[in-house]
Design a protein around this ligand. Structure first.
Ligand SMILES: [Zn+2]
Length: 91
């Protein structure tokens, strides 16, 4: 018998990585991360100063630019911003 599984990209789409990080991991200086390309998680990032800080919810509202990318700050990769539609990283 094989169990159905969801990868970390799917968990992210379900909003669960954000919840895990915000409610459990961030307060203790960890942040679950994932490799967007593979959907595999190498584990959790360790904060150098013991705490992760994120923008206030008002600042996290996704912004759609002229090319249609919907830029959303990453909950798993601090200070990095990705398009929630195509997965491209904003540089
Ligand atoms: Zn895009």
């Amino acid at each position: 018998m094989t169990h159905k599984t969801v990868d970390w990209n799917e968990l992210s789409r379900m909003g669960l990585i954000e919840r895990i990080n915000r409610e459990i991991m961030h307060p203790i200086g960890l942040a679950v991360c994932r490799e967007v390309e593979s959907g595999i998680s190498p584990g959790a990032l360790v904060s150098e100063d013991g705490e992760w800080r994120y923008p206030e919810p008002a600042e996290v509202c996704p912004v759609t630019d002229e090319e249609g990318h919907r830029w959303t700050p990453s909950w798993e990769m601090p200070n990095r911003v990705f398009c929630s539609k195509c997965g491209k990283e904003r540089v």
